[in-house]
Design a protein around this ligand. Sequence first.
Ligand SMILES: Nc1nc2c(ncn2[C@@H]2O[C@H](COP(=O)(O)OP(=O)(O)O)[C@@H](O)[C@H]2O)c(=O)[nH]1
Ligand SMILES: [Mg+2]
Ligand SMILES: [Zn+2]
Length: 285
Amino acid sequence: MKKGRIIKIISNQYTVDTGEQIIECLPRGKFRNQKISPIVGDYVEINPEEKVIEKILERKNYLDRPVVANIDIALIVTSLKKPDLSLTLLDKLLSIVKIKNIEPVICFTKLDLLSKEEKKNYLVLKKEYEQIGYQVLTNQDLRKIKKLIKGKIAVVTGQTGAGKSSLLNRLDQSLNLETNPISEALNRGVHTTRYAAFYKIAQGYIVDTPGFSALDFANITPEILQSSFLEFNRYRCGFTNCTHDKENKCLVKEAVNNGKIMMTRYQNYLKFLGEVYENNRKLFK
Ligand SMILES: Nc1nc2c(ncn2[C@@H]2O[C@H](COP(=O)(O)OP(=O)(O)O)[C@@H](O)[C@H]2O)c(=O)[nH]1
Ligand SMILES: [Mg+2]
Ligand SMILES: [Zn+2]
């Protein structure tokens, strides 16, 4: 028995990377009865002689658009200019990634387009996110990014035009992905496959179409949303189950007013909370 990871699926052909070799496997018939099917990213036990998948190991997360399991890292590629910085999108992706149990890495791009003054503001912003506990890099930090994804599965997400393809090309020059100066629809021309495709890059894998950039907060409760704002968890409000909204004696709101929590983070939180309520309302109608 050998442990490996599924890196590609074509009809009933499962490509498993054991670290030493790549083996084409078939799944055991029992998976069909158990109503579980192996997906890309799954850690599996295989019988290397028979070339069959014997067991699917427990998943730490999965996405359904595209279908992929056990994502380790999300590179949240965030443009500072052209397209303009969107802290709402950044905070949303940080929340979704946390809820999915994926480690986020903020990767800012287009620093070269900033004026001196804007660069100063950027450094303040960077520090603020670092103080929350996030890892903040730029698209110049190629060595650090490579080190992070070594042996891992990473997704790259962020706005169209933020510089995702450019970054991947610089991480691995053999990729030669198309980059678009004018904003074009994401993943244009990519053949629609139900499963994720991986690029082997910097001794790790990158998923080409991270489906959660378009995700809303479906199936998420206010409690889950709150816990995804890491800095809120430092405060224990007087009111149990405080949603940090209209309640009195809310320590989170106090921290916002004292400048200990970023105003933009709090405002985005309230915005997302509204979306969560709206989704729940639709669900129970
Ligand atoms: N000035 C500048 N341009 C960049 C940077 N990163 C990417 N670009 C440009 O931004 C445009 C969009 O990049 P692309 O990689 O296609 O973005 P994607 O849609 O996120 O894949 C392209 O014209 C890139 O050359 C950067 O750090 N600085
Ligand atoms: Mg692209
Ligand atoms: Zn509160």
